[in-house]
Write a protein that binds this ligand. Structure first.
Ligand code: HEM
Length: 514
């Protein structure tokens, strides 16, 4: 009996392998042998945390299109980027996003696959995240930012006057961004800079999210109870949900009272709550509102924190860039309190270029944002791809492609500036630039993320001269070689996590801020 079962299993498996390699509709596409046969290939790279680097390797080896899973294709051109994610693409978010529902009672906008439901939620959320609403969030953010900067003041070091102790800036930015997202979403900081235990939700969920990422590639894993791995995450998220629910109740109370008095909102929750209270408005239900606001915190924390620490890494490894940027900021403002949203900050052209260049060279979104092709199939890069196939363009591949960027591994902000680069080169680079995604599923928090980055870096460089502690492994190497070493960081699920650089701060001689 056992022998018959074993023979049947081996024969079925062999037939499946032969089918996937030779008769499957994607059989003609190149890719790693294991990947063409099974999604275990992706699961392995999710757990090793090098999914983003493996895509770079695969495209270097196989070219513009790679079959990395039995039903999955990865592309690397701007045409594919538009075809797959553009606003008229015949695609929807793939099953991968459903894995997030293991953690959520009510799916957030990000986890909603159904296109009409997604566009309804996104329309509502966009009202709180529109350009017009940005000033609502600014003063709360600046208050937190000033407290954050105080941590780096050197006065506390008796042995080394003038120089602060060393800080791991990735960790600092994570705590700060978590607190500032608390302020942004619920009008109240989470206080993790004072008590890092409060940031447990961000720090401890990474392990579970890795499991979640793998389940997204291979749903069968959840039947194997592999999600036991995620038990801790589920427990922590449940605690966080309860905490967020308490914050929501506070917001509702405050909103009901303040609406009567001043009608002023101060956070995303307030705005979305007031929309949902308007008669006849298609707003969020209360459970949707709670889910949306609390999940916005997790979506906006790691991403912005990673982007800021990558930017510091590039600035400190390229001293001429750091000098030019510092000069731009210190000559544009005469006091730190002047650094606010508005015309002067927007006129800091080099700051904007430094941010874009860092988002290009070190994207924080790892892997490939998968989209499933809908009924009727679609043409990508001239090939007709059938319905049901998962397709995507990995950020690490397209934004480092020599097809779109000269010296793609170099951190060179001038490539974005019309005063220093011909317009056609800038346009070619822009067409492949997608750190926030593109189209109707691109980042709805993009505007706020950029404001946070501009304000944080401008105030930091206005106030401090910054020194990097060079690790032994980096000594004597070029900036690009150091970047390659830093690249060995890990992909948690959606976001590539970072550590360091380790920094010491010195008050700038010109600093007039307090
Ligand atoms: C530098 C920082 C950030 C980067 C690079 C980034 C990048 C992205 C990307 C690539 C997506 C598309 C994801 C996908 O298709 O699965 C996305 C979606 C999203 N982001 Fe961001 N993000 C950042 C910061 C933020 C912030 C601060 C917020 C909140 C204020 C936010 C809220 C969202 C939301 C809600 C979505 C889902 C949009 C949808 O499905 O329609 N992000 N982000």
């Amino acid at each position: 009996m056992f022998l018959i079962a074993a023979i049947t299993a081996v024969s079925s498996l062999s037939l499946l392998i032969v089918y996937r390699l030779h008769f499957h509709p994607l059989a003609k596409y190149p890719g790693p042998l294991v990947g063409r046969i099974t999604d275990w290939y992706s699961v392995y790279h999710c757990f090793t945390g090098d999914r983003h680097l493996d895509f770079v390797h695969l495209h270097a080896k196989y070219g513009h299109v790679v079959r990395y899973g039995p039903n999955r294709l990865s592309f690397s051109t701007t045409e594919a980027l538009q075809a797959i994610y553009g606003s008229r693409a015949n695609t929807k978010k793939s099953f991968w996003y459903e894995a997030m529902l293991l953690f959520m009672k009510v799916p957030s906008t990000h986890a909603t696959i159904d296109k009409s439901q997604h566009s309804r939620k996104r329309r509502i959320l966009s009202r709180a995240l529109s350009d017009r609403m940005m000033p609502v969030y600014e003063s709360g953010f600046l208050q937190l930012l000033d407290e954050f900067l105080k941590r780096f003041e050197p006065s506390s070091t008796l042995n080394n006057p003038g120089l602060s102790p060393a800080f791991d800036i990735s960790r600092e930015f994570t705590l700060f961004n978590f607190d500032s997202m608390g302020q942004f979403c619920f009008g109240e900081s989470f206080g993790s800079l004072q008590n890092p235990k409060n940031a447990m939700i961000v720090e401890k969920t990474h392990e579970g999210f890795r499991g979640l990422n793998a389940i997204g590639y291979m749903p069968g894993l959840s039947w194997l109870q592999l999600d036991a791995l995620m038990y801790k995450t589920k427990r922590i998220l449940a605690e966080y949900e309860a905490y967020a629910a308490a914050l929501s109740r506070k917001c509702i109370q405050r909103s009901d009272q303040s609406t009567e008095k001043t009608g002023q909102s101060r956070c995303v929750f307030d705005i979305l709550y007031s929309i949902s209270n308007q008669p006849g408005a298609d707003g969020f239900s209360l459970p949707e509102l709670q889910s949306e606001s609390s999940l916005l915190v997790t979506t906006g924390t790691d991403t912005t924190a990673g982007a800021l620490s990558n930017l510091m890494f590039h600035l400190l490894n390229n001293p001429e860039t750091m000098t030019r940027l510092t000069e731009e900021i210190r000559s544009s403002f005469s006091d730190i309190s002047e650094i606010r949203m508005g015309a002067t900050l927007n006129s800091c052209e080099y700051l904007a270029a430094c941010i874009d260049e860092s988002l290009r060279l070190s994207p924080v979104i790892g892997g490939c944002l998968m989209r499933e092709i809908l009924s009727g199939g679609m043409k990508i890069d001239g090939d007709q791809i059938p319905q049901g196939i998962d397709v995507g363009v990995p950020h690490h591949v397209i934004m480092r492609s020599p097809d779109y960027y000269d010296s793609p591994w170099e951190y060179w902000p001038q490539r974005w500036m019309s005063s220093e680069t011909p317009e056609d080169r800038i346009q070619r680079a822009r067409a492949a630039f997608c750190p926030f995604g593109i189209g109707t599923t691109g980042c709805v928090g993009r505007k706020w993320a950029l404001i946070e980055m501009q304000l944080t870096i401008a105030r930091l460089l206005f106030r401090f001269d910054i020194n990097m502690i060079m690790p032994e492994t980096g000594k004597g190497l070029s900036a690009t070689e150091r970047l390659r070493i830093r690249e060995q960081k890990e992909l948690d699920w959606f976001v590539v996590s970072t550590t360091g650089p380790m920094l010491k701060f010195q008050l700038a001689k010109t600093s007039k801020g307090s």
